[in-house]
Every structure is written in structure tokens, then in C-alpha cells.
Design a protein around this ligand. Structure first.
Ligand SMILES: [Fe+2]
Ligand SMILES: [Fe+2]
Length: 275
């Protein structure tokens, strides 16, 4: 059976191919100068963001494969498998970017010369995500597939990461600092918009074919949305008001809730209609 070039997954593959970028081509000379001029609390909050993103990108790169394999076992989803091949490559690019920034901008080794930022890591990333994805190795059900792409594409990419980009821009844009980090984060956000579009397409397809799962999807989004908001709260632990860079805790938490509601509506509004 020929692949369908008009399908959403293959349209996204072509967009992604045209937008490929090299994480080693971004210049960090100004980032090094800007970093040296930051206050300690500013460095701490930015470093916890960069390290949080590196951990997150490593987690999503590690854990996507079982989704591709379950689609393969089910058969008939060649275009979706092809999309996930590109997505895995892009997640690896994102790992390279954040690792390179840490290697080249920090004035020493993280964990040796520069202390690792304190604070609670994300439970969504360390527990929910790997559990949901590796479950697909033994559970091929549509419910397991939907749960996996809900945690991965809707919550990790559609809520946690989107809150993170906003924090990055709030820290850097107004002061025009760290141009290399801003460039990489913008490129990553553009890549991630395609990942979210694919995940939304996949969730809609499953819900169109299995409408009995809609209530479970809504319940998962509510439960995971609460955990995502907890992750956003953790960012401010150890800091006191006024927060570094003028960050606003309440605005950040409200943004997390808004994103979660938007992602839920985006999936449900398209379930049953052509994506
Ligand atoms: Fe990524
Ligand atoms: Fe992604």
C-alpha cells in the first residue's frame, strides 16, 4: 500500500525536513558574557530551566520508541510510524542543544565547579512518562496508546514544555540576553509544535475509532494537569519574592491550567472529524 503524502503525519514530516537545524551551529560567545553578568538567583533559576529541559529532552528521546512499535504491531499506520522516526531524531537534536549549551556556557563542569540546581524534579517526567510509554511493550490496547500519547504529546510537550518556553522568554527577551539560548529554545518550540500537532492527530484518530475512551481522556487530562501545575510550582521553590527576572508565580500557574484546558479541547473538538 503506497504511503499517503496528503496525510497529516507526512505533511508534518515535510515541514520538519525543511526546518531542520544544527544545534552545533549556534554561537554562544554572547551567552558566556551574559551569564557572567547575572546575579546568583538569576543563574539558579535559568540553570534549573536548562537542566530541567535537558532531563526532559533525554526522557522523551528515550521513551518514544514503544509508541512506534505498538503502531507497527497494529499494522496500517505506516505514515504515523514515519512521523515518529522524524520526531525521535528531533528529540535527539534537542538533547544535543541543551548539553552543548551547558558544556560551552557554564564556567566549569556542572556538578563539579557549578552546583547542580536544587529543587524537586518533575514526577511527570521521571515516573508518569516512562511508565506510560514502556507499558506499550506489553499492552497494545487503544486505551494504553491513548494514555501514552496523552502523557507524552499533550502534557509533557503541550503543557510542561510550553510553560518552560514562556519562563525562558520572560527571563531573556526583555533584557535581550543569552541570544544563543533564545535561538535554540525558539527552534525547539517550532519543532515541538509539530510534535504536538501529530500527537493531537493521533489522539483524535484513536478517539474517533474508540469514542468510549473520551471520558477517560478527559479524566487523565485533569489528573495530569494537576501534576503539571505542581511541576510549575516547584520552579519557584527556594526563591522568594520578588522572583528573579520579575517572574510571576500566579501567572505561571494560571498559564499551566490554561494550556491544559486548551489541549483537552483541541483533542476533543477534533475527535470524530477529519484532523
Ligand atoms: Fe524535544
Ligand atoms: Fe517533542
Amino acid at each position: 500500500m503506497p504511503v499517503d503524502f496528503a496525510s497529516l503525519p507526512l505533511r508534518e514530516v515535510r515541514k520538519g525536513r525543511a526546518l531542520q537545524w544544527d544545534p552545533h551551529a549556534i554561537d554562544f560567545a554572547q551567552d558566556r558574557r551574559d551569564w557572567a553578568a547575572l546575579t546568583l538567583p538569576e543563574r539558579q533559576i535559568l540553570l534549573s530551566q536548562v537542566v530541567g529541559f535537558l532531563v526532559g529532552e533525554r526522557a522523551v528521546a528515550h521513551d518514544l520508541a514503544p509508541l512506534q512499535q505498538v503502531l507497527r504491531r497494529e499494522r496500517g499506520h505506516m505514515e504515523e510510524e514515519m512521523y515518529l522516526t522524524q520526531q525521535t531524531y528531533e528529540e535527539s537534536t534537542h538533547v544535543e542543544f541543551f548539553q552543548r549549551w551547558l558544556n560551552e556556557v557554564l564556567p566549569g563542569k556542572l556538578g563539579e565547579d557549578v552546583p547542580v540546581p536544587q529543587g524537586k524534579g518533575s514526577r511527570v517526567l521521571s515516573e508518569r512518562l516512562p511508565r506510560a510509554m514502556t507499558a506499550l511493550n506489553t499492552d497494545s490496547s487503544r486505551a494504553a496508546q491513548l494514555y501514552a500519547c496523552t502523557v507524552y504529546h499533550q502534557i509533557v510537550e503541550g503543557v510542561l514544555a510550553e510553560v518552560g518556553y514562556q519562563i525562558f522568554y520572560d527571563c531573556m527577551d526583555a533584557r535581550g540576553i543569552l541570544p544563543g539560548l533564545r535561538q535554540g529554545v525558539r527552534n525547539i518550540q517550532t519543532d515541538e509544535a509539530r510534535h504536538i500537532a501529530f500527537g493531537t492527530y493521533l489522539a483524535r484518530r484513536i478517539l474517533t475509532e474508540n469514542p468510549e475512551l473520551k471520558d477517560r481522556f478527559s479524566a487523565w487530562m485533569e489528573e495530569l494537569g494537576n501534576e503539571a501545575r505542581g511541576d510549575a510550582e516547584n520552579l519557584f521553590v527556594g526563591h522568594s519574592q520578588p522572583y528573579p527576572f520579575g517572574l510571576d508565580r500566579e501567572k505561571t500557574l494560571a498559564f499551566s491550567n490554561t494550556l491544559c484546558r486548551r489541549r483537552t479541547e483541541a483533542v476533543l473538538s477534533g475527535a470524530g472529524v477529519e484532523a
